[in-house]
Design a protein around this ligand. Structure first.
Ligand code: SF4
Length: 190
């Protein structure tokens, strides 16, 4: 399938490819009905940005929409510091830098640079312990860039009708389980 993705879809797809289809179905529903506590904590980490409270400094952009034509992906950045040309993604608590975190900031990076912004540094920031993790630019980490591109290839060739999730544990903690027909046995009583 070829479609315009949301940046948040990347993590969903890594967790379970079927979930990006169900993600859209829940979008209009009140968030706290379906989101688990951990996800809500992550949402909280972005709250100050979404409400524009982070800074009134003119050299800082926050929460702007970006779109990459190259990857057909859209979403919001977290923070861009113009004076240092740094793109920053904040998380509530980071224990590991998962590939999904890096792909998320890569997608923001491509969206911004295609829109004409200069970016020299990428960082992921962990709120709870005040730690900052520098991330190499895609062209400085070709292995990770390849993984990023492979992910899009996997998304664009994925066939929902042929997919069945065999990891029942994922389905048990998946917020889309009540609706999903790709889930493993017993999740929905089927
Ligand atoms: S219920 Fe299972 S198959 Fe369905 S989206 Fe969730 S993890 Fe994937």
């Amino acid at each position: 399938m070829e479609m315009i993705l949301k940046i948040s879809n990347l993590n969903d797809f890594i967790f379970c490819p079927a979930s990006i289809y169900y993600h859209g179905m829940y979008e209009d529903v009140e968030r706290n009905v379906y989101q688990e506590k951990a996800q809500l904590a992550g949402t909280f980490a972005h709250k100050t940005v979404d409400k524009g409270k982070y800074s009134t400094r003119k050299d800082i952009l926050q929460g702007i929409e970006v779109y990459s034509e190259r990857y057909k992906i859209q979403g919001k950045i977290d923070i861009y510091e113009g004076n240092t040309k740094t793109l920053i993604e904040r998380k509530n608590k980071i224990t590991t830098i998962y590939d999904g975190y890096i792909f998320q900031i890569y997608a923001q990076y491509y969206g911004m640079t295609e829109m004409g912004y200069e970016i020299e540094k990428l960082k992921i920031y962990s709120f709870s312990d005040n730690k900052t993790y520098p991330i190499k630019l895609p062209d400085d980490d070709l292995e990770m860039k390849k993984k990023f591109e492979n992910l899009f290839e996997a998304i664009n060739t994925f066939e929902l009708s042929e997919f069945r999730q065999n990891n029942i544990e994922k389905c048990k903690r998946c917020i889309y389980a009540p609706l999903c027909v790709q889930g493993g046995e017993n999740v929905n009583g089927v």
